[in-house]
Design a binder for this molecule. Sequence first.
Ligand code: SF4
Ligand code: SF4
Length: 260
Amino acid sequence: MKPRISVHKFSSCDGCQLAFINAGEALLELATLVDIVHFAEAGPVDPDAPVDIAFVEGSISTQDEALRIRRLRETTRYLISLGACATAGGLQALRNFNARGVEDWSHAVYARPEFIESLDTATAIARHVKVDLELWGCPVSTRQVFAAIRRLLYGALPFVDNEKVCQECKRRGITCTLVTRGIPCLGPVTRTGCGALCPAFGRDCYGCFGPGENPNAAAMARRFQGLGLLPEEINRRFHFINSHAPDFLEEGLAWREDRP
Ligand code: SF4
Ligand code: SF4
């Protein structure tokens, strides 16, 4: 019997599910090796079906999602969170800094806030259930997703790639944007996986893959200060896509004048 896999959406933009769809022929090949039993964006719909591997995109932002992720955990062998929303709460977790909660921001954003059902916070999947593997990035890398599936299908533990973007720059011979041009690049503290995409095009990394292993975020922030960034600008470098990844959260708060 073929392994069964599923892809589930929670609060997200659907961009990480495209990691599968963009795989093109590799997705067709995968479909011959496994049964894809639930993947609403691509066709099959059976969200409660028991599976061997469940991929989860999105943060937990509603009461319904908090219940749904617990049900999913009970019916899957391996649960893999997919992308910044699922691993750190994503951009929507910026609202967690609003101490006045959902009542406040829903009235500011929506014309009919009475239709909004939301928790006060958007949180990572691992805050709710056990997660077997986290794949970071906004969006995730197709290469990393398929490497993880391949290893699981062969019964091996997936490789966790958590070195820094800088190391990938060096291997690819990309000129450092921070050292040579004084651009405030987060590559020295950000997890690799994207192939140093932004520095390859001469721009700074903004940390979409979240913190790498042992990031020295405090030293990074002081370097940004030396480049002339104001405390608010340093805060925003860390409190962006992965604002609630612990290393970025703490360092961002340290540069916030109205620290909650
Ligand atoms: S991590 Fe980024 S690309 Fe993926 S679902 Fe969230 S917002 Fe979209
Ligand atoms: S260089 Fe940084 S911001 Fe750009 S894709 Fe890679 S991790 Fe994301």
